[in-house]
Structures are given as C-alpha cells and as structure tokens.
Design a protein around this ligand. Sequence first.
Ligand SMILES: *[C@@H]1O[C@H](CO)[C@@H](O)[C@H](O)[C@H]1NC(C)=O
Ligand SMILES: *[C@@H]1O[C@H](CO)[C@@H](O)[C@H](O)[C@H]1NC(C)=O
Length: 487
Amino acid sequence: MTNLVTGVILLLLSISGTVFAGRDFIGDFLRLPLDASRFLHRSDDDEVGGTKWAVLIAGSNGYWNYRHQADVCHAYQLLRSGGLKEENIVVFMYDDIAFDVENPRPGVIINHPQGSDVYKGVPKDYTGTDVNVNNFFAAILGNKSAITGGSGKVVNSGPNDHIFIYYTDHGGPGILGMPTYPYLYADDLIDVLKKKHALGSYKKLVFYLEACESGSIFEGLLPEGLNIYATTASNAEESSWGTYCPGEYPSPPPEYETCLGDLYSVAWMEDSDIHNLRTENLHQQYEVVKKRTISGDSFYGSHVMQYGDIGLSKDSLFAYLGTNPANDNFTFVDENSLQPPAKAVNQRDADLVHFWYKYSKAPEGSARKVQAQKEFVEAMSHRMHIDNSVKLIGKLLFGIERGPEVLSSIRAAGQPLVDDWKCLKKMVRTFETHCGSLSQYGMKRMRSLANICNAGIQTEQMAEASAQACVSIPTSRWSSVQKGFSA
Ligand SMILES: *[C@@H]1O[C@H](CO)[C@@H](O)[C@H](O)[C@H]1NC(C)=O
Ligand SMILES: *[C@@H]1O[C@H](CO)[C@@H](O)[C@H](O)[C@H]1NC(C)=O
C-alpha cells in the first residue's frame, strides 16, 4: 500500500518534471486531476525562488505602429498584476503614442477594442533615442556602465533568477527593428545571450518574440544548453500579423485609424490575463498561441515556432510571469482558452492601413486628406524603390535569369540565414550608401542581401551593382540616410 502510494507520487513528480528536467519532452500532456496538479505546482513554486526579471521592448515608433507600444504596456500591466516589481521590469518604448495628435484618447493606450488603459504607470526607463541596440544589450547583461541615457535600470540578476524578455516590432530575415539605427542583428543578440549565460547570472530565460520572419532570429543560431526557451510569432520566412485593425474583425473603436495589437502578442497576453498561471505551463501556452496565431488558415496568420531548450516549456508560466491572485480559481483548461480567430493585417501593411483610413475618413479638400495621401504615396513609392533596386542588383550580379532565383532562395530548416554576418552588414551599408535607407519595409529584403553574401559576392562588386541600380537616393523620409545606416 505505502509502496504503491510512493510509486504513484514518484511517477507524478517525474512526469510533471519537478524532479527531472529532461530535454526530450515534446507534445503529449498528462492531464493531472486538479488536486494533484495544484499540489505539484505548489511545490514547483517553492522551487522557483530567486527574483523574476523582465525586459520589455517595442522596437518601433510612429502612430501607424501604435500596436507595438500598446503590446509592451499591456505586458507591463500583466507582469505587475503577476507580482513582479517595477524595479525588476526594464521597459523600452519610444513613448510617442499616448500623446500623439492622432490618438483619439490622449494619454491613454489600449491593446484591445474594449480594453482599458494600459499606459498608466508604465515606467519610462528608456524612451526616444535611448531605445537602441546598445542600451538593450547592456540592460540584458546588467552592465550599467555601458548604458547611455535612460533610467539606468538593468537586469541585475543572480544565478537563481528567472528572466523574461519580450520584443515586439517589425523585423526581417536575421534582423529586428529599432526606432534608432542601427537595427538589431540576430548574431549580436545570440552573442549577448551566450555572454549572459557565461556570466552565470540567471537560472532560466524565456524569450517571446513578435516580428516578421522572427524565426530567423533563432533558427540555426540559438544552441541548446543555455537554459533559454524562445518562441516566435512566425517562422523564418513569413510575416507576422497586426490585429484589431480598422476594417477587420474585431475592429478597434471607430475613432482609431490604427491597429491596436499584434496577433501572437495579444494571444499570449490575453491567455495569461485570465488564468492562474501556476496551473498553466509554457508548452500549453505555446499550443494555445500557435492555434490562435495561425488564425484559422495560413493566409491570415503565421506559424508560431519554438527554439532552444524546449524542455523548459514544462515550467509553469508562474516562474516567469507570476500570477494574478484574482485568477486563483481560473485553472487553465484547453477548452476555454482559445479565442475565435481574428482577421489580421500583415505587419508590413499596417502603416498603409493607417494612412488609407486617415485618407478615406478625412473631409474632402482638407489639409488632412492631402497629408494622408502624401504619406500613402510616399510609403508606396519607397516600397517600389526598394523592391526594384534589389531586383535589379540581383540581375546585375547574377544575370537576368538567375538573379531572382538566387535572391529568393531559402536555406534548409535548421540553417542560419547567412554564414558571414559581417558580410551581411557590409552589404546593407553598401546598398544604403547608393540606394538610401532600407527602413522598416526594407527589412523584408534582408534575405536577398544575405544570399548575395552566401553566393560569395565581394563588397566591391556589390558597390558597383548598387551604383548602377540606384542613380540617386530618393528624397522621401523613408529613404533618408541622415539618421545613419541600419547596420
Ligand atoms: C560593460 O560595458 C563596458 C563599456 O562598454 C565594458 O568596457 C565592460 O567590459 C562591460 N562589462 C561587462 C561585464 O560586460
Ligand atoms: C476562490 O474560491 C474559493 C472557494 O470558493 C473562495 O473562498 C476564494 O475567495 C476564491 N478566490 C478568488 C480570488 O476569487
């Protein structure tokens, strides 16, 4: 009798992973009876110990990118309700949304059509041009002396601590946006994570990433063994999606001409908002978020991916996000967790949606209408300029037939975007020298530049082709290189 009880308890413990941190865990969940799972998760909590830290970053600015900062504010409120302390949450946001003239509710930011204000109380650790790659890396590494500007808050973590990093923005193959230049490159981020691991200053780290082609940030790059578990909004070769956009369902209140959130982001946050996070683990959330983000079909959605130490995903969300005591009676069950699919807008088209709604709603003949039309046309012609120049460069380098094929080829799963990241950055600078800034939209073309490196093209050849393809740099703000290179 006693042996049987001990045996069952040992079995439960080993399956729930509180005893063995096996790496081979995937899929298949044992659904424990409620009491057993409560009992087990309680003991899990005691083991969590240490301090919970978080870094939240919105990599964009501009009202048409409202949703990224709305996501970050929402994440901040979620973590505070979960019990994390302000001093342990480092927030990076440009902070130009709440009081933008376009904002119909000045001083308020919402992340859901019926949502309440998520802006109030969010600390202004790094705003404006202090939102940059250097400060982001220094904050993760806990290196206060490397910070410039801002509040100086960094992740001053120790070996027992858990760290949660959430990044939401535009991106492209191998690259994440910033409101400042340079942009963030995948190889540099992975180096920082390796450095943080070598410092021995965390126990486990979870990274949630929303951006176009976000899988490419970790694919073939994030090794196992760093105690890092990452999930991304999309795989390495597709867009991620904005949601709660004008004209879509559900749509924002009529006075909003911008998307309020991002599909993957609201999926993990709205799931976390309503559950006792002691009863839900990272893997369960991954499954729920994956289902919601594919959005019924793969035309209006993306494939959520996971990377790194997948075994970590059997940890309860509580270990990273805490839990809101008001949800203590809301145990996670799959059945009530999936929101109906929403119609979404491709990240890259969300700015056009904004300019279009602004244009169509403005009174005939008003200055606002003229302005919106100008913005729309400028954004469109920047896109055409980038697409055409890159295509032409491909043809100049590889021939009319092979050019398009080389530029668009995709490496096998598990392989990084490019072998020589220095080459990629050089190619970006060379392109921008002759053709102007890639900007937000141009990140899409990063795979073409990577393939130019993978094909062994030298910088001099690239410079020559770029000079031929781009006779001059267009004068629009999107093309301006005044603020520097994106690499
Ligand atoms: C912190 O940053 C400074 C300045 O960039 C650098 O010299 C130093 O090596 C860094 N320290 C650590 C521990 O990374
Ligand atoms: C959870 O349920 C118990 C028992 O019904 C009740 O006493 C407690 O107040 C509830 N907790 C919350 C946070 O609602």
